[in-house]
Design a protein around this ligand. Structure first.
Ligand code: SF4
Ligand code: SF4
Length: 271
Protein backbone atom coordinates (compact mmCIF):
# COMPACT_ATOMS: atom_id res chain seq x y z
CA UNK A 1 0.00 0.00 0.00
CA UNK A 2 1.25 3.49 -0.82
CA UNK A 3 1.48 5.69 2.24
CA UNK A 4 2.20 9.32 1.37
CA UNK A 5 5.02 10.67 3.49
CA UNK A 6 4.15 13.69 5.62
CA UNK A 7 4.55 16.88 3.63
CA UNK A 8 5.30 15.00 0.41
CA UNK A 9 2.23 15.04 -1.73
CA UNK A 10 1.94 13.91 -5.33
CA UNK A 11 4.74 15.59 -7.25
CA UNK A 12 2.91 16.25 -10.55
CA UNK A 13 1.60 19.80 -11.00
CA UNK A 14 -1.68 18.39 -12.35
CA UNK A 15 -1.86 14.75 -11.23
CA UNK A 16 -3.46 12.37 -13.71
CA UNK A 17 -6.72 10.95 -12.36
CA UNK A 18 -9.04 8.11 -13.41
CA UNK A 19 -12.51 7.30 -12.12
CA UNK A 20 -13.84 3.78 -12.61
CA UNK A 21 -16.95 1.76 -11.88
CA UNK A 22 -17.12 -2.00 -11.42
CA UNK A 23 -20.50 -3.66 -10.84
CA UNK A 24 -22.69 -1.17 -9.01
CA UNK A 25 -25.19 1.63 -9.42
CA UNK A 26 -22.67 4.38 -10.34
CA UNK A 27 -24.01 6.48 -7.46
CA UNK A 28 -20.54 7.35 -6.19
CA UNK A 29 -19.43 8.59 -9.61
CA UNK A 30 -22.61 10.67 -9.72
CA UNK A 31 -21.72 12.04 -6.32
CA UNK A 32 -18.38 13.27 -7.75
CA UNK A 33 -20.24 14.92 -10.64
CA UNK A 34 -22.56 16.48 -8.05
CA UNK A 35 -19.59 18.37 -6.59
CA UNK A 36 -20.62 21.02 -9.17
CA UNK A 37 -18.69 24.27 -8.61
CA UNK A 38 -16.03 22.42 -6.61
CA UNK A 39 -15.67 20.01 -9.52
CA UNK A 40 -14.57 22.87 -11.78
CA UNK A 41 -11.90 23.86 -9.27
CA UNK A 42 -10.87 20.21 -8.98
CA UNK A 43 -10.59 19.97 -12.76
CA UNK A 44 -8.13 22.88 -12.68
CA UNK A 45 -6.03 21.10 -10.06
CA UNK A 46 -6.39 17.54 -11.42
CA UNK A 47 -6.02 16.21 -14.94
CA UNK A 48 -8.96 13.81 -15.25
CA UNK A 49 -7.83 11.61 -18.13
CA UNK A 50 -9.94 8.46 -17.82
CA UNK A 51 -13.59 8.64 -16.75
CA UNK A 52 -16.01 6.93 -19.10
CA UNK A 53 -19.07 8.34 -17.35
CA UNK A 54 -17.97 11.95 -17.81
CA UNK A 55 -15.71 12.06 -20.90
CA UNK A 56 -16.15 10.92 -24.49
CA UNK A 57 -12.39 10.55 -25.10
CA UNK A 58 -10.28 8.73 -22.55
CA UNK A 59 -6.70 7.57 -22.16
CA UNK A 60 -7.18 3.99 -21.04
CA UNK A 61 -3.53 3.02 -20.69
CA UNK A 62 -1.53 5.93 -19.23
CA UNK A 63 -0.04 5.89 -15.73
CA UNK A 64 -2.37 7.45 -13.16
CA UNK A 65 -1.42 9.36 -10.03
CA UNK A 66 -4.81 8.71 -8.41
CA UNK A 67 -7.58 6.29 -9.34
CA UNK A 68 -11.03 6.11 -7.76
CA UNK A 69 -12.93 2.82 -7.96
CA UNK A 70 -16.54 2.16 -7.05
CA UNK A 71 -18.54 -1.07 -7.07
CA UNK A 72 -18.07 -4.73 -6.30
CA UNK A 73 -16.21 -7.47 -8.10
CA UNK A 74 -19.05 -9.62 -9.43
CA UNK A 75 -17.53 -10.91 -12.69
CA UNK A 76 -14.17 -12.02 -14.03
CA UNK A 77 -14.16 -8.81 -16.12
CA UNK A 78 -14.50 -6.75 -12.95
CA UNK A 79 -11.50 -8.50 -11.43
CA UNK A 80 -9.37 -8.07 -14.54
CA UNK A 81 -10.31 -4.38 -14.76
CA UNK A 82 -9.54 -3.83 -11.08
CA UNK A 83 -6.10 -5.43 -11.34
CA UNK A 84 -5.30 -3.32 -14.41
CA UNK A 85 -6.35 -0.12 -12.60
CA UNK A 86 -4.25 -1.06 -9.56
CA UNK A 87 -1.21 -1.73 -11.75
CA UNK A 88 -1.40 1.66 -13.48
CA UNK A 89 -2.17 3.79 -10.41
CA UNK A 90 0.12 5.23 -7.75
CA UNK A 91 -2.78 5.79 -5.33
CA UNK A 92 -5.99 3.83 -5.37
CA UNK A 93 -9.08 5.06 -3.52
CA UNK A 94 -12.17 2.89 -2.92
CA UNK A 95 -15.32 5.01 -3.16
CA UNK A 96 -18.57 3.77 -1.67
CA UNK A 97 -19.69 0.94 0.55
CA UNK A 98 -19.79 -1.56 -2.34
CA UNK A 99 -16.06 -1.09 -3.03
CA UNK A 100 -15.14 -0.93 0.66
CA UNK A 101 -17.40 -3.59 2.20
CA UNK A 102 -19.48 -5.32 -0.47
CA UNK A 103 -22.59 -3.18 -0.01
CA UNK A 104 -26.05 -4.14 -1.20
CA UNK A 105 -24.84 -6.52 -3.97
CA UNK A 106 -23.17 -8.75 -1.37
CA UNK A 107 -26.56 -9.49 0.19
CA UNK A 108 -27.20 -11.92 -2.64
CA UNK A 109 -24.27 -14.16 -1.80
CA UNK A 110 -26.50 -16.14 0.54
CA UNK A 111 -28.70 -17.19 -2.40
CA UNK A 112 -27.78 -19.53 -5.25
CA UNK A 113 -27.54 -18.12 -8.74
CA UNK A 114 -30.35 -20.44 -9.88
CA UNK A 115 -32.70 -19.00 -7.26
CA UNK A 116 -31.78 -15.44 -8.22
CA UNK A 117 -32.30 -16.10 -11.96
CA UNK A 118 -35.67 -17.66 -11.30
CA UNK A 119 -36.83 -14.86 -9.02
CA UNK A 120 -35.57 -11.98 -11.20
CA UNK A 121 -35.92 -13.28 -14.80
CA UNK A 122 -38.33 -16.24 -14.38
CA UNK A 123 -36.13 -18.23 -16.79
CA UNK A 124 -32.53 -19.28 -17.39
CA UNK A 125 -30.43 -16.40 -18.77
CA UNK A 126 -27.17 -17.59 -20.34
CA UNK A 127 -25.72 -14.07 -20.72
CA UNK A 128 -25.34 -13.68 -16.95
CA UNK A 129 -21.70 -14.15 -16.03
CA UNK A 130 -21.76 -12.85 -12.48
CA UNK A 131 -20.15 -14.75 -9.66
CA UNK A 132 -20.49 -13.90 -5.97
CA UNK A 133 -20.27 -10.16 -5.26
CA UNK A 134 -17.35 -9.05 -3.08
CA UNK A 135 -15.84 -5.70 -2.13
CA UNK A 136 -13.14 -4.46 -4.52
CA UNK A 137 -11.01 -3.95 -1.40
CA UNK A 138 -10.95 -7.74 -0.88
CA UNK A 139 -8.88 -8.24 -4.04
CA UNK A 140 -6.20 -5.53 -4.27
CA UNK A 141 -4.67 -3.11 -1.75
CA UNK A 142 -6.26 0.33 -1.54
CA UNK A 143 -4.55 3.47 -0.23
CA UNK A 144 -7.76 5.06 1.07
CA UNK A 145 -11.33 3.84 1.56
CA UNK A 146 -14.41 6.06 1.63
CA UNK A 147 -17.57 4.30 2.84
CA UNK A 148 -21.09 5.54 2.21
CA UNK A 149 -24.00 4.80 -0.08
CA UNK A 150 -23.15 7.07 -1.72
CA UNK A 151 -19.93 8.68 -0.47
CA UNK A 152 -19.99 12.03 1.29
CA UNK A 153 -18.65 14.86 -0.85
CA UNK A 154 -16.75 16.47 2.00
CA UNK A 155 -14.93 13.18 2.70
CA UNK A 156 -14.00 12.88 -0.98
CA UNK A 157 -12.57 16.40 -1.06
CA UNK A 158 -10.80 15.83 2.25
CA UNK A 159 -9.19 12.69 0.83
CA UNK A 160 -8.07 14.39 -2.38
CA UNK A 161 -6.58 17.30 -0.40
CA UNK A 162 -4.78 14.86 1.89
CA UNK A 163 -3.30 12.91 -1.03
CA UNK A 164 -2.10 16.11 -2.69
CA UNK A 165 -0.57 17.30 0.60
CA UNK A 166 1.04 13.96 1.42
CA UNK A 167 -1.08 13.29 4.50
CA UNK A 168 -3.96 10.99 5.39
CA UNK A 169 -7.58 12.08 5.67
CA UNK A 170 -8.91 11.51 9.19
CA UNK A 171 -12.40 10.09 8.78
CA UNK A 172 -14.72 9.76 11.78
CA UNK A 173 -14.50 6.60 13.85
CA UNK A 174 -17.37 7.30 16.25
CA UNK A 175 -20.91 5.98 15.62
CA UNK A 176 -23.78 7.79 13.89
CA UNK A 177 -25.49 8.17 17.30
CA UNK A 178 -22.83 10.72 18.21
CA UNK A 179 -23.84 12.98 15.32
CA UNK A 180 -27.52 12.25 15.91
CA UNK A 181 -27.32 13.30 19.57
CA UNK A 182 -25.41 16.45 18.61
CA UNK A 183 -28.40 17.37 16.43
CA UNK A 184 -30.80 16.69 19.31
CA UNK A 185 -32.91 14.29 17.22
CA UNK A 186 -35.49 12.15 18.97
CA UNK A 187 -34.08 8.61 19.09
CA UNK A 188 -35.83 6.26 16.65
CA UNK A 189 -35.21 3.31 18.99
CA UNK A 190 -36.10 4.78 22.35
CA UNK A 191 -38.97 7.02 21.24
CA UNK A 192 -40.42 5.07 18.32
CA UNK A 193 -39.35 1.43 18.86
CA UNK A 194 -37.68 1.22 15.42
CA UNK A 195 -34.56 -0.74 14.41
CA UNK A 196 -31.88 1.91 14.04
CA UNK A 197 -28.27 0.87 13.34
CA UNK A 198 -26.84 4.24 14.39
CA UNK A 199 -25.06 2.93 17.47
CA UNK A 200 -23.08 0.38 15.40
CA UNK A 201 -22.47 2.41 12.22
CA UNK A 202 -19.58 4.73 11.35
CA UNK A 203 -20.43 8.40 11.52
CA UNK A 204 -19.65 10.91 8.76
CA UNK A 205 -23.07 11.36 7.18
CA UNK A 206 -24.26 13.84 9.81
CA UNK A 207 -26.91 11.31 10.93
CA UNK A 208 -28.77 12.05 7.72
CA UNK A 209 -31.52 9.46 8.05
CA UNK A 210 -32.57 9.96 11.68
CA UNK A 211 -32.48 13.69 11.00
CA UNK A 212 -35.26 12.99 8.46
CA UNK A 213 -37.18 10.73 10.83
CA UNK A 214 -35.86 7.53 9.23
CA UNK A 215 -33.80 4.99 11.21
CA UNK A 216 -30.20 4.44 10.15
CA UNK A 217 -29.79 1.39 7.88
CA UNK A 218 -26.05 1.09 8.47
CA UNK A 219 -24.96 2.14 4.98
CA UNK A 220 -21.51 3.35 6.11
CA UNK A 221 -20.63 -0.01 7.62
CA UNK A 222 -19.78 -0.95 11.16
CA UNK A 223 -17.65 0.97 13.64
CA UNK A 224 -14.57 -0.94 14.77
CA UNK A 225 -16.26 -2.19 17.95
CA UNK A 226 -20.01 -2.36 17.28
CA UNK A 227 -20.91 -3.73 20.75
CA UNK A 228 -23.38 -5.98 19.02
CA UNK A 229 -24.47 -7.81 22.21
CA UNK A 230 -25.32 -4.62 24.04
CA UNK A 231 -27.16 -3.20 21.05
CA UNK A 232 -29.21 -6.35 20.48
CA UNK A 233 -30.16 -6.32 24.17
CA UNK A 234 -31.12 -2.64 23.92
CA UNK A 235 -33.21 -3.17 20.75
CA UNK A 236 -34.92 -6.25 22.16
CA UNK A 237 -35.73 -4.21 25.26
CA UNK A 238 -37.84 -2.03 22.96
CA UNK A 239 -39.85 -5.05 21.82
CA UNK A 240 -37.98 -5.48 18.51
CA UNK A 241 -37.57 -9.11 17.40
CA UNK A 242 -34.19 -10.69 16.73
CA UNK A 243 -35.18 -11.34 13.11
CA UNK A 244 -35.95 -7.66 12.51
CA UNK A 245 -32.56 -6.71 13.93
CA UNK A 246 -30.59 -9.28 11.92
CA UNK A 247 -32.43 -8.44 8.67
CA UNK A 248 -31.60 -4.75 9.00
CA UNK A 249 -27.97 -5.36 9.89
CA UNK A 250 -27.48 -7.53 6.80
CA UNK A 251 -28.93 -5.02 4.34
CA UNK A 252 -25.75 -3.00 3.84
CA UNK A 253 -22.20 -4.31 4.03
CA UNK A 254 -23.46 -7.74 4.95
CA UNK A 255 -20.06 -9.51 4.80
CA UNK A 256 -18.51 -6.88 7.07
CA UNK A 257 -21.13 -7.38 9.74
CA UNK A 258 -20.75 -11.13 9.49
CA UNK A 259 -16.94 -11.23 9.54
CA UNK A 260 -16.78 -9.13 12.68
CA UNK A 261 -17.56 -12.35 14.59
CA UNK A 262 -21.20 -11.42 14.56
CA UNK A 263 -22.46 -14.70 13.14
CA UNK A 264 -23.15 -16.12 16.56
CA UNK A 265 -24.95 -13.03 17.76
CA UNK A 266 -26.89 -12.82 14.49
CA UNK A 267 -28.01 -16.41 15.11
CA UNK A 268 -29.14 -15.46 18.60
CA UNK A 269 -30.86 -12.42 17.19
CA UNK A 270 -33.03 -14.60 14.94
CA UNK A 271 -34.94 -15.69 18.02
S1 SF4 B 1 -32.09 7.57 16.28
FE1 SF4 B 1 -30.53 6.02 15.74
S2 SF4 B 1 -28.68 7.20 15.38
FE2 SF4 B 1 -30.08 8.55 16.52
S3 SF4 B 1 -29.56 8.22 18.69
FE3 SF4 B 1 -31.21 6.79 18.21
S4 SF4 B 1 -30.14 4.87 17.65
FE4 SF4 B 1 -28.63 6.54 17.51
S1 SF4 C 1 -27.89 7.57 8.83
FE1 SF4 C 1 -27.13 5.49 8.45
S2 SF4 C 1 -28.15 4.79 6.57
FE2 SF4 C 1 -28.42 7.04 6.73
S3 SF4 C 1 -26.72 7.90 5.51
FE3 SF4 C 1 -26.02 7.77 7.66
S4 SF4 C 1 -24.98 5.76 7.83
FE4 SF4 C 1 -26.22 5.74 5.95
Amino acid sequence: MNVPRAGQGIAAVRPKVGVFGLTGCAGDQLQILNCEEVLLRLAERLDIVDWVMARSENDAVCRLDIAFVEGVVATERDLEALRTIRARSAYLVAIGTCAVLGGLPAMRNDLSREVLQREVYHQEVPFLDSVEAHAAADFVPFDAKLPGCPIERHELLQTINALLAGTRAELPTMPVCWECKAKENLCRVVRFGEVCCGAMTRAGCGARCPSHNVPCAGCRGPVEEPWWDANVTMLKGQGISGKEIADRMRRFSAPAWMTLNLEKEAGHAQR
